[in-house]
Write a protein that binds this ligand. Structure first.
Ligand SMILES: [Zn+2]
Length: 459
C-alpha cells in the first residue's frame, strides 16, 4: 500500500521532459481571486490572460475579453499567486537521509527542482556549496529544460578553515567551498566566483554556537569590498546579533538567516533600514531540527508525502531516532532560536526592514525542499504577519531581493510563473497546501499534490 502510493507520488513528480519547445498558446484563468505579490488587496472574480508565457492582462473577469482559441481555466474558489521564490535554499546536498558531495548530480538536482516546483516554488536560489556542474544546471533551468524550478545561486561560497559551513555536517568536497586564510585569498575567491558568473556571493561568518572558529573581520571585509568592486552583492550566514551588526557595519547586502540568540535592538533595526540590508529569517530551519521528532504523525500528512523519501520516512518512524533527537542539546537550542527568530521577524518587519524569503531547504535532510517553504509561510504568520504579507514576502519581495524584474508579481508583462491553490490564501495561509497547479512561463509543471493513501484497516 505504502510503496504503491510512493511510486505514484514519485511518478507525479517525474514530469515529462517536454521543455521549451511547447507551442505558444493563450490561457485565460477566470472567476477566482488574484493575490498579485505586491502586498495589495486581493482582486476577486478576476481573470488573468497568459500568452506565450507572459501575463497579458489582469482584471475583473466581467471586463476581460477572452481571445479566440484560448484555453479557459475556471478558478472559482481558488487563489492565484505568483510562483514562490526562495532566496535561500541549497541543491544537490542531500538524498534520503544522507548529506554529501556524492549527491551533487544532475539527476538529483533536477529532481529537487521538480520537487520545489510541485510545492509552488518556481524560482530557487542555491546559496552556496555548489559544485562546478552548477553553471550548466543553472543555464538549463533558465532555459526551462526540465519542468522544475528556475535556478540562481552563489556558486561555492566562502567559508572558514575548520569552521563554517561545518564539514562534519555537510561532507562537502573541496571544490564546494572556498576557505581563505588571508584577505588576499578572500579577494581571489571573489574574483573566481565573478568569473563563473554567480548571482550573489555567500559568506559563512558565525561560530555555530561557539563550536567553530568565526570568520575574521579582515576576511569578510575583503570579501565584501571585492564583491562590490566586482558588482556582486554579499549574503552572510549569521546567527547572533553581534555578528549581524558587524557584517552590516562592514557593508553586507543580505543577512541570509534571522538573528536567533537575543532580541534585536534599536541600533540594529536602524542600521538595517539606513543601509537597506535585506533580512531572510529562515524560521523553518530551526523548526525542522525538532519538527519530525515532535510530530511523528507528519509522516501521514498528505502534503509531506511527495517530498518524503522512504529513508526519511523510516527515520521519522524510528522511536529511538526521535528520542535521541529530542534529548540532544541541539533540540533546546533550536527551540530557543525559533522563538527568538519569530519575535525578531515581527519587530524588523513592523519597523519596515526589507524581508526576503528563504528556509535553508536542501542543506540537510530535515530541511525538505518545497515542504519547508510551506512551513516558513505558516511560521511567518505565527510571527504576526498576515497571510497576505507573508505571501508578498515570498513572491514580490523575494524577487526584489534577487533583483529579478520579470517575476514575483502577477502583472502585465511578467513571466506567467503561477501558483494556484484552493481557497482564500489572503486570509488562510494553509490554503498553500491545497495545490491546484503550478505553471512556469505559462506551461503547467505540476498539478495537485497526490492524495494521502487511505488509512490501513486495523488488524
Ligand atoms: Zn544555507
Amino acid at each position: 500500500m505504502r510503496s504503491r502510493f510512493l511510486t505514484a507520488a514519485l511518478l507525479a513528480l517525474a514530469l515529462p521532459l517536454s521543455a521549451s519547445a511547447a507551442p505558444s498558446r493563450t490561457l485565460v484563468f477566470q472567476g477566482g481571486t488574484v493575490l498579485d505579490g505586491s502586498g495589495g488587496r486581493p482582486l476577486k472574480q478576476a481573470a488573468v490572460v497568459v500568452r506565450d508565457g507572459r501575463i497579458e492582462s489582469v482584471g475583473l473577469a466581467i471586463a476581460t475579453k477572452v481571445p479566440k482559441d484560448a484555453e479557459i481555466i475556471d478558478f472559482k474558489g481558488q487563489t492565484m499567486l505568483p510562483g514562490l521564490i526562495s532566496d535561500h535554499s541549497h541543491v544537490g546536498q542531500t538524498s534520503g537521509t544522507t548529506t554529501g558531495s556524492q549527491n551533487y548530480t544532475r539527476e538529483n538536482v533536477q529532481k529537487q527542482l521538480r520537487q520545489f516546483a510541485a510545492y509552488g516554488v518556481t524560482t530557487v536560489t542555491a546559496l552556496g556549496m555548489n559544485r562546478p556542474l552548477f553553471n550548466e544546471l543553472r543555464e538549463e533551468a533558465h532555459a526551462d529544460g526540465f519542468s522544475g524550478a528556475d535556478l540562481f545561486g552563489a556558486g561555492q561560497g566562502i567559508g572558514v578553515p575548520e569552521g563554517g559551513p561545518p564539514q562534519a555536517m555537510t561532507n562537502n568536497a573541496p571544490d564546494q567551498v572556498f576557505r581563505p586564510t588571508t584577505a588576499e585569498e578572500a579577494r581571489a575567491a571573489v574574483r573566481s566566483l565573478k568569473k563563473s558568473r554567480v548571482d550573489l556571493v555567500k559568506v559563512w561568518v558565525d561560530s555555530f554556537l561557539g563550536k567553530l572558529p568565526k570568520m575574521k573581520p579582515d576576511i569578510y571585509q575583503a570579501v565584501i569590498d571585492e564583491s562590490h568592486k566586482q558588482g556582486l552583492r554579499v549574503a552572510a550566514h549569521i546567527h547572533d546579533l553581534e555578528d549581524a551588526k558587524a557584517v552590516v557595519a562592514a557593508g553586507v547586502d543580505i543577512l541570509a538567516h534571522g538573528v536567533r540568540d537575543q532580541p534585536v535592538d534599536e541600533a540594529f533595526v536602524n542600521a538595517m533600514k539606513e543601509r537597506g540590508v535585506w533580512y531572510v529569517p529562515t524560521l523553518a530551519l530551526d523548526e525542522a531540527t525538532v519538527l519530525y521528532a515532535d510530530q511523528p504523525q507528519l509522516v501521514d500528512d498528505p502534503v509531506l508525502q511527495p517530498a518524503l523519501s522512504p529513508e526519511l520516512r523510516a527515520q521519522f518512524e524510528d522511536a529511538a531516532w526521535r528520542k535521541k533527537t529530542l534529548a540532544d542539546p541541539k533540540a533546546r537550542e533550536a527551540r530557543h532560536a525559533l522563538e527568538t527568530n519569530l519575535a525578531n521577524l515581527k519587530a524588523l518587519y513592523s519597523a519596515g526592514v526589507k524581508v526576503g524569503f528563504g528556509t535553508d531547504s536542501g542543506a540537510t535532510p530535515l530541511r525538505i525542499p518545497g515542504f519547508a517553504e510551506h512551513r516558513e509561510l505558516k511560521l511567518m504568520v505565527l510571527a504576526g504577519l498576515s497571510p497576505g504579507q507573508a505571501l508578498a514576502v515570498a513572491t514580490g519581495n523575494a524577487a526584489s531581493l534577487l533583483q529579478l524584474k520579470d517575476r514575483g508579481r502577477i502583472q502585465l508583462g511578467m513571466r506567467a510563473d503561477l501558483f494556484l491553490v484552493e481557497g482564500e490564501a489572503a486570509t488562510h495561509i494553509a490554503a498553500v497546501d491545497r495545490v491546484v497547479g503550478v505553471w512556469r512561463q505559462g506551461r503547467k509543471v505540476a498539478g495537485r499534490l497526490p492524495e494521502a493513501p487511505a488509512p490501513a484497516p486495523s488488524p
